[in-house]
Design a protein around this ligand. Structure first.
Ligand code: SF4
Ligand code: SF4
Length: 361
């Protein structure tokens, strides 16, 4: 142990951000004049020096083998001096400095078969997503499975730029919302519909009871003695199945094959372009888990996109389009049922209710 501590290297941080820059980026850092999207997935940046940097963006699965990374490295070695990068939405970008190299690169990517070019401009780009059943212990849905199913259905929107504006889709497998579901044009969110099961005989041994009680947003948990075990009780009428108590306390699992499923939210954005950033709002409270292809979820997202494409003005994001036509019209044009579950009933709910006579029949 003492030896391990003696030889331990710590607090060295990541490699410096410019260590892995291609030469052209080093030379023109902070001196870019303008850029253009030449075609779906292909950009050119022009520097003050006259240098031109061509970028080809490819869809990626995020969860990938080292063999896949090796394949990226081979392409980068052949065309890009050994450099490539990942975007904030987990696409992969290869950069070259001439149109000749660009053509060779595009051919090589097409030949690879699993490096589709796209994701720029007014497209559906990669889906920001989470661990799902691959790795996390609190999910209500899978991540990689629904993402593959949705991207298969929307693939044409990834490789083209024919939408009114960019459409960001995100998925989180529980409402910890790791990632971007709260601020995306379309969000796929894993939800539970049953309260936790309490394992009274283990609870006090595994969980800190006050922390568990404090984790509940609706104060549905109280201390309780059950069969001489120090434990907790849940008021099921106050529970809205968030799963936060299970995150704190492994003796309160709530995953359930029939209860769990997907909620769809719409209308969020993070940019300040034209209007302030927006949270996404509930469009569909529940769609069952349907592995492996999640057909109903795919259909719901396709319905939203088709309604948006036929109704939105150019440059209008989904949230801007909905606010212009009104939420009641959004439910009309999508055919989604409006239910009591759509009505906010948490703390500052009144701020989301209509305090105006303006509405459409
Ligand atoms: S969203 Fe929830 S279930 Fe998914 S990775 Fe994050 S914490 Fe885990
Ligand atoms: S699931 Fe959420 S609402 Fe229900 S008891 Fe646990 S923390 Fe409270």
């Amino acid at each position: 142990m003492a030896e391990m501590v003696a030889n331990r290297i710590t607090d060295i941080g990541p490699p410096k951000y410019d260590e892995m820059w291609p030469e052209i980026i080093k030379n023109n850092y902070g001196k870019w004049l303008h850029h253009e999207i030449l075609e779906p997935g292909v950009l050119v940046h022009v520097a003050e020096s006259g240098d031109k940097l061509y970028t080809v963006r490819c869809g990626a699965t995020r969860l990938m083998t080292t063999h896949m990374v090796e394949d990226y490295c081979k392409i980068a070695d052949e065309f890009c001096g050994g450099y490539f990068r990942f975007t904030t939405r987990n696409n992969v970008e290869f950069m070259v400095t001439s149109t000749e190299k660009l053509e060779g690169l595009k051919k090589a990517l097409a030949a690879a078969g699993n490096m589709p070019i796209g994701g720029t401009g007014h497209s559906v780009t990669n889906i920001v997503h989470t661990q799902g059943w691959v790795h996390c212990h609190t999910p209500a849905i899978d991540a990689s499975g629904p993402v593959k199913s949705v991207m298969d259905a929307l693939f044409d929107y990834f490789t083209s730029m024919k939408l009114p504006a960019q459409v960001r889709i995100a998925l989180a497998c529980c409402l910890n919302m790791c990632g971007a579901v709260h601020c995306s044009d379309i969000a796929i969110l894993g939800v539970h519909r049953k309260p936790p099961v309490i394992e009274h005989s283990h609870l006090d041994k595994m969980c800190e009871i006050p922390t568990t009680i404090a984790s509940c947003p609706t104060a549905a948990i109280k201390p309780s003695k059950v069969d001489d075990f120090k434990s907790v009780a849940v008021n099921a009428d106050r529970c809205m199945y968030c799963g936060n108590c299970y995150t704190m306390c492994p003796a309160m699992p709530l995953a359930d094959a029939d209860g769990d499923g997907i909620a769809i939210m719409v209308g969020g954005k993070v940019s300040n372009s034209k209007c302030m950033p927006k949270f996404s709002k509930l469009a569909i409270p529940y769609i069952p888990n349907e592995p492996p292809r999640w057909e109903s979820t795919v259909k719901a997202i396709t319905t939203i996109l088709e309604a948006y494409v036929s109704g939105a003005k150019r440059y209008e994001r989904i949230g801007e389009w909905i606010e212009r036509i009104g939420w009641e019209r959004f439910f009309d044009v999508t055919g989604f049922e409006f239910t009591k579950r759509h009505i906010d009933d948490y703390r500052f709910a009144a701020t989301t209710w209509r305090t105006s006579t303006q509405f459409k029949w």
